[in-house]
Write a protein that binds this ligand. Structure first.
Ligand SMILES: [Zn+2]
Length: 462
């Protein structure tokens, strides 16, 4: 946690000197005139779909803005943990939404996508929309995970109850209406279930179905630009389009069947694939030993031994044993393959990464970046809105070059050029002086050295 560092960076980089305390949230003075921000997520939009399929509307969007080819997201690469990381800047172990299915051993509460409204699960972090409202502004949201929950005692005025049947047009229409009729709306979040849904059903290798759904998604991006244009918001507000994770192909030939390795009554499964959360019902070391030897394409970890790089052990909601399948492998208790495409795997896998594109007055035009971390988006969004970030795992320094206000590549290039020219000039001056000296001494190249006068008359060269 480096909150003071981020705060300093935000203030230093934006030239701000004043802040305003509203309730328990600090609002930076420039927040008053910073344009609103719209954050859009297309679930399961794998980064390299951009190279494999055609996106005329998305291309139009980022050619006049910024494209980040790949985001390194957080483990587990599932929908709920990653959507919460995008809006808190925290790893899953720090914000507490560790998976889309959870069990809390202390309160004995259960969490699932269908049962996600209890603030208990969300209150370990403060999402950006809560900070926005605490700063005296308004936030609006259409289906973004968690936005219909009363987090930190805040319920959004402009929100939907989750209903997958509500069309993209309806979600977008409400968002733009809230943003145009209430000028205090500083932040809005819009969520759409595709291409995740089709990726699960058909698998990302089904190019016919993926072409169909990605064309539909690109159409929605066109609709988004059109709607923002119609409502006078296009070019006035900052818009970020991103996703939570990618997708990989699964197969009935790549099944890991737990009941083949261990007595079914000796363990309980909280979440299953591709990361299984296991509660042993008998001696933990025996259960762990059997699961460790279960399959060459699955790793088993005791909670304390989960690798630090995954940031996935320091939370009471992580179960005693964690199983992680290799890419494309599916863990089942018994039975067949549940879906042809899946995500949730190790977050270093490129197939698990989403992309990001941005457009608006704050962003450079036609600027491309190879990657940054999805947790870096949070300090960037706080900077854009003009509110102080909460403690987070992201870094504004990683993302600031996307902004038109930041002196970045150009300054480094200019400094490099000046230093280069100085080095060349100095070298030439030295060489010139050296040559000049040699010219003076050239008439006597074989002269005897006259340094010593020791009586030795032997010539050095003959
Ligand atoms: Zn999914």
């Amino acid at each position: 946690m480096q909150v003071s560092g981020y705060l300093f960076a935000v203030i230093a980089c934006s030239g701000l000197t004043l802040s305003v305390q509203t309730g328990n949230q600090t609002r930076l003075e420039s927040g008053n005139d910073s344009p609103p921000l719209l954050l859009v997520s297309f679930d399961g939009f794998r980064a390299d779909y951009l190279n494999k399929y055609s996106f005329p509307n998305l291309e139009k969007f980022y050619s006049d803005g910024v494209l980040v080819h790949e985001l390194t997201n957080v483990f587990t690469t599932k929908t709920f943990p990653n959507h919460y990381s995008l809006v808190t800047g925290l790893y899953a172990e720090s914000h507490g939404i560790l998976a889309s299915i959870m069990y809390d051993p202390v309160t004995k509460k259960n969490f699932s996508i269908q049962n996600d409204r209890d603030p208990f699960w969300w209150n370990e972090a403060t999402p950006i929309w809560v900070s926005v409202e605490q700063s005296g502004y308004r936030a609006a949201a259409a289906m973004w995970p968690g936005t219909n929950v009363n987090i930190q005692n805040r319920t959004l005025k402009y929100t939907f109850d989750y209903d997958p049947k509500v069309t993209f047009q309806e979600r977008l229409g409400n968002i733009t209406q809230w943003m145009t009729t209430d000028k205090s709306v500083k932040f809005a979040a819009l969520y759409w279930e595709e291409p995740d849904r089709s990726g699960h059903i058909y698998g990302p290798d089904n190019s016919t179905e993926m072409t169909r759904v990605l064309k539909e998604v690109d159409g929605y991006i066109g609709l988004l630009m059109e709607q923002l244009n119609k409502t006078g918001l296009w070019g006035k507000i900052n818009v970020i389009i991103t996703s939570d994770h990618g997708m990989t192909q699964c197969s009935p030939q790549r099944l890991i069947i737990l009941d083949n390795c261990i007595i079914p009554s000796s363990y309980m499964v909280v979440d299953l694939t591709p990361v299984a959360a296991i509660i042993p019902l008998e001696d933990i070391s025996t259960v762990y030993k059997n699961l460790s030897a279960c399959h060459i394409h699955m790793k088993a970890y005791l909670k304390d031994d989960v690798p630090d790089r995954l940031h996935y052990k320091n939370n009471g909601r992580i179960q005693p044993i964690l199983l992680v399948a290799d890419e494309g492998w599916t863990i089942v208790k018994n039975g067949g393959l549940p879906r042809l495409g899946d995500h949730g795997y190790d977050n270093t896998l490129p197939s698990m990464h989403p992309f990001l594109a941005a457009h608006g007055p704050a962003f450079r035009k036609g600027y491309k970046m190879s990657s940054f971390n999805s947790v870096d988006l949070y300090p960037l969004m706080c900077h854009l809105i003009g509110i102080a970030p909460m403690a987070n795992n992201g870094s504004f320094a990683h993302v600031r070059c996307a902004l038109v206000s930041e002196q970045c590549g150009e300054l480094a290039l200019a400094v490099g050029l000046v230093i280069g020219v100085l080095i060349i000039l100095t070298t030439f001056t030295c060489l010139f002086k050296l040559m000049k000296n040699r010219d003076v001494s050239s008439p006597r190249p074989f002269a005897r050295l006259e340094l010593e006068d020791d009586g030795d008359d032997e010539p050095l060269l003959e």
